[in-house]
Every structure is written in C-alpha cells, then in structure tokens.
Design a protein around this ligand. Sequence first.
Ligand code: FAD
Length: 447
Amino acid sequence: MNAVSDTWSKPIEPPSTCPASADIVIIGGGIVGVSTAWFLAQDGVNVVLCEKGHIAGEQSSRNWGWIRKQGRDVRELPMMIESHRIWRSFEEETGEDVGYTEGGCYFLAATKKDVEKYESWMSTAREFELDTRVVQGDELANHIENTSQTWPGALYTASDGRAEPHKAAAAIARVASRLGATILTGCAVRGLETEAGSVSAVVTEHGTIKTSAVLCAAGAWSSMFCRSLGISLPQLKVKGTVARTAPGPKILDGQCFDKRVAIRRRQDGGYTVAHGGGNLLHPITPSTFRFAFKFLPALKQEFGSMGLTINGDFFTELATPVRWALDRESPFEKQRVLNPAPSRRTLRRIRKNLNEVFPALKNTAFVETWAGMIETTPDVVPVIGPEERLPGFFIATGLSGHGFGIGPGVGKAAAGMLTGKDSGIDIRPFRLSRFFDGSPIRMGPAL
Ligand SMILES: Cc1cc2nc3c(=O)[nH]c(=O)nc-3n(C[C@H](O)[C@H](O)[C@H](O)COP(=O)(O)OP(=O)(O)OC[C@H]3O[C@@H](n4cnc5c(N)ncnc54)[C@H](O)[C@@H]3O)c2cc1C
C-alpha cells in the first residue's frame, strides 16, 4: 500500500459546480488553506477553497510530520504554541484521526559546540516557558534505543509532537466542509478581477466567483501567482527526498535529527526517514537570479547542507509567462501536482546512514519513497498579511520547510486577518514589506 503517495496519485476530482459568490476565497488546499477554511467556517463565514490538484497533494502530505516548538525563530513561537494547542485538541474536538501524538523531539549534537548552541537556545525556551531541555549522558542513551552512536548531548522537548501528514490536511478539510466550507479540488485559480482597484472576483478554470477577499495560500506557487498581479514575493524552492519504512523495532517514540539521518516514528510502527544534513537540493531557475541578493543570508546559513542543480525546471520557469489570459488554460492547470522525483543518490545515502546509526533497522525495508518541493522565504519565516497595493488580496505562505506543525496556527491567524476577529496572534512580524522596506534580513537560530 502506498499510504503517502495515494494522496496525490489518484485521479483529479473536479467540482460539478462552482459557486457564483463567496465572502472569502482561499487559493490552495494545503495545511494553511484548509486550516484557514476550518477557522472561517467555525465563524459561519461563507468560504470557498480552490485547490488545483488534490487536498495536500504537494508539501502538506509529503513532509516528515514533525510538530515542533524547539529551535524555532522567536517570531514564530507564539503562533507555534497556539498551533500545538490546536493539534492537541483536534482529534477529541472533531473525531478525526490525524495520528497526533507526543513522543518528543531531539536535535542530536555532533560536537560539543553543537551542545553549546543548544544551551544558548535555552534562554528562548525559558522566555516562552517551553519544556525544552539539553539532555546528555545516560538520560539521552535511555531515550534513544538500538543505536550504534553516542552523542555529546541533545536539545529535547518532550511535548513536541508528530502527526501523519497524508491524513491531517484531508481531515481538517473534511471538518471545514462539515461546518459549511466549500472545498473544490481540480479547480485552479487562474487570476483575479478587480473593480476600482480592489479584488472583485476570482477566476477559476470552472467559472468566476464574485468575492471581495482572497487568500493566497498557494505554497510553492505563491510567488508566481503574486507576480502575475504585479506583486513581488521572494520565494525559492528546494527538493527534499523522503523514505517510509515497514514497521520495525523501536528506536524512539518521537523524532530525532542527526546530521546523517532524520527519523520519525510513524503511527503504523514504521519510520519516516530522510537525510539529516545533505538532504536539500535547489534547482536553479530564473527566480534564483531574481531573488539571489535577498537569499544570501539563508544561503550562507544553509551552505553545506544544500546542493545546487540545474535541470528542466530552469527552462520550464523561463518558458512560463509572467501574465496570461484568464479565459485560457493557465500554468496552474498545466502542472496540477508538483511531483518531483526522489533523488536516488540521496536515498542511497539515507539507507547507508540509517543502517550505520540505527543498525536495528538494517533489515527494515523502505516500502515507499517520494520527494517534495519545499518553498522558502529569504529569512525562512512565513509571509502573512494583507497586500496594501491590492485591497482584498491577502497572503499566508512561505512556511519554509517547517509549516506543517505551525499550519493550524497560521490558519487561525489568517482567518483572524480576513475577518478582523482577534486571533490573539500578532502577524506584524510576517508582513511581506519586511523584504523591501530596508529591514535587515534576520535569520532564526542555526541549530
Ligand atoms: C520533504 C519535506 C519535509 C518537511 N518536513 C516538515 C516537518 O517535519 N514539519 C513541518 O512542520 N514542516 C515540514 N515541511 C514543510 C511543510 O510541509 C510545509 O511548510 C507546509 O506543508 C506548507 O503548507 P502550505 O499549505 O503553505 O502549502 P502546500 O501544502 O504546498 O499547499 C499549497 C497548495 O496550493 C495549491 N495551489 C497552488 N496554486 C494554485 C492555484 N493557482 N489554484 C489552486 N490551487 C493552487 C497547490 O496545488 C498546493 O496543493 C516539509 C516539507 C517537505 C516537502
């Protein structure tokens, strides 16, 4: 059974009808889009979500499933703490299974210097009253079983959780739909119509929806969508390769990150595994050159853990127009699901490292492999906010490789932004203008 890739490999299910109007239209059915729809539906808002492919067909089903507070940028922590609260109560509140459980999260230190870095993050942990600790010696050895390694220490948060990405966004979409949200799949948004400079309608491949408010939650496509409206959103993509194992012997309950292997226990008793350090591959495209200057700090921080490649993506992007007619097929329909091939080389390295670090899993086979395109902003922190130059257009995107865990929190914040209701989450640190108003590009901790 291909438990994960079933999410995106099934036939597209287009809508039978398209609503003529809505209070709010959401573009994108990833964790951000469905969570926003859920919070809006709870408030009785008439919301329509348009997804060009499948719910969670892209990043939101392909990720590792880590839900962590530790190691985050301080700007994200209040929203992440709220997100954690939402994950904790979701199953009881809705009756839906998303595989949420708390087995703890470990960042495993390769050197004493790493331990010092973790210790320096403890002041943030204390400020936000997290249960994060630096663990060492026997205590660490007791937490992680069946390993050939000893680590000088680890950053550890017992309450950090995990869920099953191939279940989660679909479950949230179902709950939103039960509360009255309209969820359309196989329904690409081609662009917007405006009246007197403000949003007046969303043009989809299946018809036009009159609305005065639109949320762009289009994941890796957000930059291209915004560019078609004349809005610059700095965003680049990196490919991550992942494997799923058959059920295997226990090594830990939660998830851990070592420079060679990142591993999470799955609900089915198997593991989701990836390369810890050298997992990411950035395919160079024209956007790389357009945004190069803004991404310099991120490139410096990630140098060593990221490879560069040039492939067909360069020419695909080069051949994609900046604007297109809204009555013809758009680039979003041409590529319904962004489905990059997993890197065979990375898979070989994951297998080798897994065997070395956790020899007990040597005979536990990889039963499924896939890749996902992660989108990232220059400071690796989301963009959430209204776009002042186009009243009625709002953005919640750029979750930068750690958006699954914080997704429900982003959804709550985005719903508040759209209705004016106080979500209790300050979204000002996430405004798009931070990349253009001379603010320094501030990176989070490099743990
Ligand atoms: C390999 C990998 C590992 C990761 N591991 C973790 C992890 O362990 N923990 C964690 O917190 N995060 C992780 N992430 C990151 C996380 O998956 C993402 O940050 C998050 O899923 C982004 O959600 P989203 O809703 O913004 O975007 P997406 O899930 O990408 O959804 C965007 C949706 O918009 C749709 N769309 C785009 N344009 C249009 C259009 N014009 N019309 C209609 N629909 C459109 C797309 O089809 C897509 O389904 C990982 C990501 C990957 C790829």
